[in-house]
Design a protein around this ligand. Structure first.
Ligand code: GDP
Length: 217
């Protein structure tokens, strides 16, 4: 199914990302497939932008906000429910790849290992070493919590495999001004974060600019 999307812009006083009001209509965004096996990764060579982060960090809401749609990516209050890689084609120019969230403590050990394996298989397949068309990653971090051990492990893994990545500080609307400053400062210890809120639309423009820039170099 193809949907014409809208970009979130400006401040909005809705309480949740699902209720946030999109304003500008521009993008075409379509769900392509949900993948559990590396053999099913797309082969048409469109650039891929991968979204990684702990479960419940706001990854789906970020994808929806960037695509300008409320329900493109599945959002939920139940951490750990997305267990496969979901591919969305955006404006016929990119794939957005929603990777399974990591670090959900209550998941059974076996399924945790399986998710990790799939994530790693994907990241290897699209690393500069193994692909002519390597991907770009966003590590999404909850601004209230900052970097956690799993995020740092992922960051080191990406660096070791020469994956270009950027960092998004999500759910900024949940912090007051002082907390925002403190949170961003703490996060800068490891990388400069792009502040984002799916509720207010803060950061959508800047994150899009960052994505576009990666395609020009
Ligand atoms: P994912 O598991 O990383 O894909 O996270 P989701 O996008 O499903 O979001 C998890 C929960 O956090 C949902 O209840 C969302 O409504 C909420 N959420 C996500 N982003 C934001 C945000 O920017 N601000 C606020 N206030 N809530 C958010």
């Amino acid at each position: 199914m193809v949907n014409r999307g809208t970009l979130l812009a400006g401040r909005n006083h809705a309480l949740s990302p699902e209720n946030a009001r999109p304003v500008v209509v521009h993008l075409k965004a379509e769900f392509v497939k949900s993948v559990n096996d590396p053999g099913q990764f797309p082969t048409d060579g469109l650039p891929e932008v991968a979204f990684l982060g702990r479960s419940n960090v706001g990854k789906s809401s970020l994808i929806n906000a960037l695509a300008g749609q409320r329900k493109l990516a599945f959002t939920s209050n139940t951490p750990g429910r997305t267990q496969s890689l979901n591919f969305y084609r955006i404006d016929d120019k990119f794939y957005f790849v929603d990777l399974p969230g990591y670090g959900y403590a209550r998941a059974p050990r076996d399924s945790v290992d399986e998710w990790a394996r799939l994530i790693e298989q994907y990241l290897r397949a699209r690393s500069p070493e193994h692909s002519n068309n390597p991907g770009t990653a966003f590590i999404v971090i909850d601004a209230r919590r900052g970097w956690m051990e799993k995020d740092l492990e992922l960051k080191m893994w990406l660096e070791a495999n020469r994956w270009p990545y950027m960092v998004v500080a999500s759910k900024m609307d949940k912090l007051n001004q002082a907390e925002q400053q403190r949170g961003l400062k703490a996060m800068r210890q490891y990388a400069e974060p792009l502040p984002f809120s799916a509720v207010t639309g803060r950061g959508v423009r800047e994150i899009w600019q960052a994505i576009t820039k990666t395609q020009q170099t």
